[in-house]
Design a protein around this ligand. Structure first.
Ligand code: NZQ
Ligand code: ZN
Length: 383
């Protein structure tokens, strides 16, 4: 196992009815900005529950954070936060709202041009406003991690930044708040969490026995509940488990001390930036093709995945690996998530390769050897 630091300061407030407990977590004299997306929290009553819990605190709202949150929108929230001397941010929504709020938290305290936060991938962040989260969509893990992904529309660039300063202070995980999600979004969440786990698990072994077993348990849980979580929107047990799996998939635990890949996410972000394909759907397209392309380098782990996660015990080693990858693809398809670029109307991979080159995404993967030629082969197999 590699050496590692494991640090995660986010307090999780899990369960039905927990929104009221934000009252104990936000200073009584805080000046709060509530950030949200396109309005789902207004129609399903979550916003009014949040405002009730905030009581008599000074509160302003900033709505309209779009899926794949943009710098262009968020910078307006930064101005508003400064104008109103805001000293606490409360993100109410899914990964986009949370990521966007992390950017607002950092940019509101940043002395200089806010784009530098993105260019430096977060290393220039010295300070950020405290941030709380009320999660409404199980998928990204952003509610309990230090990452954010922001799109600069002007230059069609989607980039991640990381900083310990933007870990949420707390995250309310009330599974009932996900009941109003569409099947489309639940399916996205299952796929996104699944691929977060594979990016940290399907690499090469460093004898991280705990990390492997955690990862396998989380993957098996997603296989067990994924389809029924779509079919039964108000099943509390299913939605609770989905919420906790997605959080655990990317809060640093399973990735501590083991190699990580993230090539599928790297290529996926370019597909969203170019064609506006939902984040999770880009992963469903790229992952099966990436695993097939890397089946030699990842052989031992893929075989372990076939045996332990999919219970495949027939055929020679190579056949088992291929079966496991094919079953992964079919799982995504059963969730209603198409796994081919052509299903999204994309037939030319050249613009994607150009974007990868422009963004210097030319040495991806756990061995940093996924260059443009390898990405080209992967993308051809995504068509
Ligand atoms: O905007 P509203 O009206 O709220 O509607 C949203 C949005 O249209 C809707 N929604 C959310 N909760 C709902 C709901 N609709 C009904 N009922 C509810 N309870 O769902 C739509 C999608 O929301 P979004 O936040 O965009 O989805 P998700 O959570 O999948 O977030 C995706 C973003 O997270 C980034 C992605 O790149 C993408 O920008 N990621 C962030 C990561 C991180 N910070 O660690 C890691 C991930 O790999 C990912 O890259
Ligand atoms: Zn993701």
């Amino acid at each position: 196992m590699f050496n590692f630091d494991f640090y995660n300061p986010t307090r999780v407030l899990f369960g039905q009815g927990r929104i009221k407990d934000i009252d104990r977590r936000i200073p009584a004299d805080a000046r709060v900005m509530v950030l949200y997306g396109g309005g789902s929290i207004k129609t399903n009553g979550t916003l009014s529950e949040v405002l009730t819990a905030l009581g008599t605190r000074h509160v302003i709202e900033f709505g309209g954070i779009e899926p794949n949150p943009s710098y262009e929108t968020l910078i307006q929230a930064v101005s508003l936060a400064k104008q109103h001397n805001i000293n606490f941010l409360l993100a109410v929504g899914g990964g986009s709202v949370i990521d966007g709020s992390k950017f607002v938290a950092a940019a509101s305290c940043y002395q200089g041009e806010a784009t530098e936060i993105l260019q430096s991938r977060g290393s220039k962040i010295k300070q950020a406003l405290p941030l709380g989260v009320v999660l409404t969509l199980s998928a990204t893990g952003s509610e309990m991690n230090s990452a954010a992904v922001i799109t600069q529309k002007a230059i069609k660039t989607k980039s991640a930044f990381f900083s310990e300063r933007v870990f949420p202070a707390f995250a309310v995980l009330d599974p009932t708040k996900t009941y109003t999600l569409s099947k489309h979004q639940i399916a996205n969440g299952v796929v996104d969490a699944f691929v977060h786990i594979t990016e940290q698990y399907l690499t090469y072994s460093v004898n991280g026995l705990v990390q492997d077993r955690f990862a396998e348990g989380l993957l098996q849980t997603l296989l067990e509940i994924g389809e029924t979580a779509l079919a039964e929107p108000e099943n509390y047990d299913l939605r609770s488990n989905l919420m906790w799996v997605a959080t655990m998939a990317l809060n640093g635990l399973i990735g501590a001390g083991v190699p990580q890949d993230w090539s599928t996410h790297g290529i996926g972000h370019e597909l969203t930036a170019l064609y506006d394909i939902d984040h999770a759907r880009t992963l469903a397209i790229v992952l099966p093709a990436m695993l097939m392309e890397r089946k030699e380098q990842k052989h031992a782990k893929l075989l372990q995945y076939a045996q332990r996660v999919w219970n495949i015990h027939e055929g020679d080693d190579t056949e088992r690996v291929i079966q496991a990858v094919e079953k992964t693809r079919l799982f995504f398809e059963r969730l209603g998530v198409p796994t081919r670029l052509s299903a999204y109307g994309v037939t030319d991979i050249q613009p994607i390769l150009s974007q990868l080159a422009n963004h210097q995404l030319t040495a991806l993967g756990e061995h940093r050897d996924i260059n443009l030629a390898v990405s080209e082969r992967v993308l051809l197999n995504c068509l």
